[in-house]
Design a protein around this ligand. Sequence first.
Ligand SMILES: *Cc1c(COP(=O)(O)O)cnc(C)c1O
Length: 213
Amino acid sequence: MSLNNTLKSIKDEIDKKVKIVVVSKTRSEKEILDIYKEGHKNFGENKVQEILEKYEKLPKDIRWHFIGHLQTNKVKYLIPFISLIHSVDSLKLLKEINKKAKAKNKVIDCLIQVKIANEDSKYGFNINEVSDVLNYALELENVSIKGLMGMATNTNNNNLIDKEFKLLNTEFKKYKSKDFDVLSMGMSNDYKLAISNESNMIRLGSIIFGIRK
Ligand SMILES: *Cc1c(COP(=O)(O)O)cnc(C)c1O
């Protein structure tokens, strides 16, 4: 199957309300273009240098999502073009995004990354910090918090994954509104479980492109 047929068959199988971000980290510009040409516009990257190079070379109507840990000193490079930052994992980062966005007279859409995995993942807020983060963000005029993002434990234990997604969805629903309506959870291995827990944005890499080298 071509890359694009894989994407199409996933689109056919899932609810129309669920957005797919094609995770193109490590993939070539040609691979991205093949999918773009069929009408797909949302791509996700996790390295600043890589997203900048691709942004420069690829069509300007691509909506770029940043999904990796973001260092504060690199925020300024993303401000001109980033569509959504999924991975806000500290107040320091949120403050910096606000500051650099303000300097450019922009409002940047962000998600709060929440640690839901069992394993010691390094990044993300604890779930009991979400309400404080959202309160803090209310004071920042140049960031708009659109929802939550999380990654489940990398495991074959579907019960555990299901529990983690349920936890994030429960938290999401406390604040859900017209302006806070993005629940970014689910990757190649667990997107079906994520959708069954009301995810409305899934981030797919290897299921489309094959295993990363
Ligand atoms: C790499 C990555 C993905 C995609 O993972 P696959 O298993 O290849 O689908 C999704 N989300 C984040 C945050 C990632 O870093």
